[in-house]
Design a protein around this ligand. Sequence first.
Ligand SMILES: [Fe+2]
Ligand SMILES: [Fe+2]
Length: 166
Amino acid sequence: MTVTHHASAGILSDQHAAKREEIVELLTTAYWMEIETVTNYLAQSRNLDGIRAKDVADDLAADVTEELGHATLFAERIKDLYGTVPGSADFPRDYDQGLQPNGDPTDLVSVIKGVIDAESGAISHYTRIIEATDGVDWATQDMVIAILRDEEGHMRTYERYLREFS
Ligand SMILES: [Fe+2]
Ligand SMILES: [Fe+2]
């Protein structure tokens, strides 16, 4: 298959082919991180039991939609940069331990800590993308800055929950 590139400036241009590949790889990791939060937040929002857990469970359920929105944005950007969005066969094996169900549906604190870990990982990785795109791929950078802001909001929400419940 021949791909014809027409842009003479910016990240779509031939002169930035190597940088573009690097960014697609970073975006693919970000895509999987989002998909992982979708599966784990969905599971834990339903697994949690009890009155005390209700607000956290409801918040997690709402976040599933938001994280799926992030995954969709990453997928669109991968495609725009001449990449291919992967399928489930490529699902990473180094999954997030912190959000695996531990058999105790009332263990609210471990779920909150798991969410904080996941958000912290996202914040680190997205900061890296913002740095990698600086000066060469403004559109990806702009998109990831907006997503970073969402993740920082999630982080603060669950930090407040942690203070309240532990
Ligand atoms: Fe996200
Ligand atoms: Fe998040």
